[in-house]
Write a protein that binds this ligand. Structure first.
Ligand code: AHR
Length: 512
C-alpha cells in the first residue's frame, strides 16, 4: 500500500498518536549492560564487479578526484559513517588470492584471473599497500582474509610478517615491504583464516577445516611481535550448527579469537527477485529472512556459551545483507537499494546491538556497487543509498553502553504467516540515550510509549528515514528521494514519551 494513502488517513501527528495501536516499551536505563563494540558497524570490500575497481579505486591517473588512486568522494562518505573496519579482499575472491602477485611496481605485478567472479582479468593494481593505505585514510582497521583454499600456510605467514613485522633485519618479506615503499608496519590485528571453507573456500568438511585452521593459526602467530592477532575461524552460512559445535570443540580457545557466520536475506537462491521492483509479499518474505539473523545468532551463541563459558571468543557476522537479482549491465552483483534495505539494515543492526555481549564484529556486504551497498557510483557520480542513511543514523551506538529494552511486538501478518513488526535497541554514551526503532509493517503505524525508568533529560532529538513506497530508492537523477529527516512527532509527559512510528520507517530518538 502506498504511504500517501496512509498519510491521507493520518492527517496530523495528533491523529496518529490517537489512532495507532499503542505499544508499551520499557527502556531499562537503570540496568546498563555491555559495551556495543564499534566493530559491529564494519564493512566488506571484495574484488567483485565494480566494488573495488571503479567503486573505491580509480587509479592515480584518473580524472575522478582521488588520493593515491582512491576516490575522495567515497572516502569522505565512508568517514562520515565512522567506518570502524573494512574486510578485504573477499569473500570467495580471497579463496584464490595470492597477495605476492599484487605488491611492488605496478607494471611488474602479475595479471591473473578473477576465478570467483566472472573470470575477468585481475591486474592486481589494487593490492596490499593500496588497501592498507586506504584503511589509513579512512581511519578504519583492516580485516584481511587469508587464502586457505589454493594458498599455503607459508603465504599466510609471510603476509602477516610483511604487514606487521617491524624488524628490518628479519627475513625477506619485511625487507621487501621496505623496498616497496613502506618502512613502518601497518599492524593489522584482524585476520580471517579461510572464507566459507564449506563451499567456495575448499568444500571442506569441518574436521578437515579445523585441522587446517590449527596449522594456520599456530604458524601465523609464531613471531614475537605478532601476538595479539585476532584470528577468525569460519563458521556456518546456514543453520548447520554441527559445524559450530566442532569448531568450538576442536580448536583450542587460545588459538581462536572470533567465529564468523554469514547470513543473507535472500528470497530463494534460485530466484532472488528484483532489487527494486518487488511485491509486498516478496517484501514480507525478505524481512522474514532478515529476522532469521536473530535466531541464527541465538543458536550459535548457545553453542559458544557451552564451549567458551567465559565469553572470550567473539561471534563475527562478517557477511550480511539483502541479496537480489543483479542488474548485470551495471556490474556483477550490482543491485539497487530501496526502503526495504533500510528496513533490513535497521532491523539487523538492532539485532546485533541486542546480542552485543557475544556479537563483537560484523561486516555489511558490500561497501560500494555490490549487494547491499551503502554507496553506488557511475563514473564520476556517487549516490548514498537508504542503507547508508541507516548506518549513519546508527553510528551513535558505536562503543556505547547497551541499554536493554523490553516490549511485546505486535505481529505483521501476511496470509497465515507472521513476523514481529517492531525492532528496537538502545544505548547510552556521554549522558545521551539513543533509541533506534524500526517498524516493518507496510500498513500500520504504531504509537510507542517509551518508559525510560526515570532517566533525566532536557531535550529530545528525532530523526527518521521514511518514504512513500517501500520500493523507493535513490538514483543518479534523484539522489535524495530517501534521506534522513528531522522528526518531531513525539510527546513527553509523566516520565514517558509517546512517539508515533509510521509504517515502514527507521527512527532514532536521542534523549540528552
Ligand atoms: O559477498 C558475496 C559472496 O557471498 C562472498 O564472496 C562469499 O563469501 C559469499 O558467498
Amino acid at each position: 500500500m502506498k504511504k500517501s494513502y496512509m498519510l491521507a488517513i493520518w492527517l496530523s501527528s495528533t491523529s496518529l498518536l490517537l489512532s495507532a495501536q499503542n505499544v508499551q516499551v520499557k527502556v531499562h536505563t537503570d540496568q546498563p549492560a555491555n559495551q556495543i563494540n564499534k566493530h559491529i558497524y564494519g564493512h566488506f570490500a571484495e574484488h567483485l564487479g565494480r566494488g573495488v575497481y571503479g567503486g573505491l579505486y580509480v587509479g592515480d591517473t584518473s580524472s575522478i578526484p582521488n588520493t593515491d588512486g582512491v576516490r575522495n568522494d567515497v572516502i569522505d562518505a565512508l568517514k562520515d559513517l565512522k567506518i570502524p573496519n573494512l574486510r578485504w579482499p573477499g569473500g570467495c575472491f580471497a579463496d584464490s588470492y595470492h597477495w605476492k602477485d599484487a605488491v611492488g611496481p605496478k607494471d611488474q605485478r602479475l595479471a591473473t584471473e578473477n576465478m570467483a567472479w566472472g573470470n575477468v582479468c585481475e591486474d592486481n593494481g589494487f593490492g596490499t599497500h593500496e588497501f592498507l593505505d586506504l584503511c589509513e585514510q579512512l581511519g578504519a582497521e583492516a580485516y584481511l582474509a587469508t587464502n586457505m583454499n589454493s594458498g599455503t600456510v607459508r603465504e599466510a605467514v609471510d603476509w602477516v610478517q610483511y604487514v606487521n613485522h617491524a624488524n628490518g633485519t628479519s627475513y625477506l618479506t619485511t625487507d621487501l615491504r621496505e623496498e616497496n615503499g613502506r618502512a613502518t608496519p601497518w599492524n593489522v590485528k584482524f585476520w580471517g583464516i579461510g572464507n566459507e571453507s564449506w563451499d567456495c573456500g575448499g568444500n571442506m568438511d569441518v574436521d578437515h577445516y579445523t585441522d587446517l585452521y590449527k596449522q594456520y593459526a599456530t604458524a601465523m602467530t609464531s613471531y614475537s611481535n605478532t601476538e595479539g592477532l585476532f584470528r577468525v575461524a569460519v563458521g556456518p552460512g546456514w543453520d548447520d550448527y554441527h559445524w559450530t559445535v566442532e569448531v568450538m570443540k576442536q580448536i583450542p580457545l587460545k588459538r581462536l579469537e572470533g567465529l564468523s557466520i554469514h547470513h543473507y536475506a535472500v528470497l530463494e537462491w534460485s530466484n532472488k527477485g528484483s532489487s527494486y521492483d518487488f511485491t509486498d509479499d516478496q517484501y514480507f518474505s525478505t524481512m522474514k529472512k532478515a529476522w532469521f539473523m536473530d535466531e541464527f545468532i541465538t543458536e550459535n551463541s548457545k553453542i559458544m556459551d557451552q564451549y567458551d563459558p567465559e565469553n572470550k571468543v567473539a561471534l563475527v557476522v562478517d557477511e550480511w545483507g539483502g541479496w537480489y537479482a543483479p542488474i548485470p549491465e551495471k556490474g556483477q552483483l550490482y543491485q539497487q537499494n530501496t526502503m526495504r534495505d533500510a528496513m533490513i539494515a535497521g532491523l539487523t543492526l538492532n539485532v546485533f546491538n541486542n546480542h552485543s555481549d557475544r556479537v563483537r564484529m560484523a561486516n555489511l556486504a558490500q561497501t560500494v556497487n555490490v549487494l547491499q551497498a551503502v554507496i553506488l557510483t557511475e563514473e564520476e557520480k556517487m549516490i548514498l543509498t537508504p542503507t547508508y542513511h541507516v548506518m549513519k543514523m546508527y553510528a551513535v551506538h558505536q562503543d556505547a553502553t547497551l541499554i536493554p529494552v523490553s516490549f511485546d511486538s505486535p505481529e505483521y501478518h501476511k496470509g497465515e504467516d507472521q513476523i514481529p513488526a517492531l525492532s528496537i535497541s538502545a544505548s547510552e554514551t556521554d549522558g545521551k540515550l539513543s533509541v533506534s526503532m524500526v517498524n516493518m509493517d507496510l500498513d500500520k503505524g504504531y504509537a510507542l510509549k517509551l518508559d525510560l525508568s526515570g532517566y533525566e533529560f532536557d531535550t529530545i532529538k528525532g530523526q527518521i528515514i521514511e518514504s512513500e513506497d517501500i520500493r523507493d530508492h535513490n538514483t543518479f537523477d534523484q539522489p535524495r528521494k530517501v534521506i534522513t529527516t528531522e522528526f518531531k512527532d513525539f510527546k513527553s509527559k509523566k516520565g514517558s514519551t509517546i512517539v508515533s512510528l509510521p509504517a515502514f520507517s527507521v527512527m532514532m530518538l536521542q534523549f540528552d
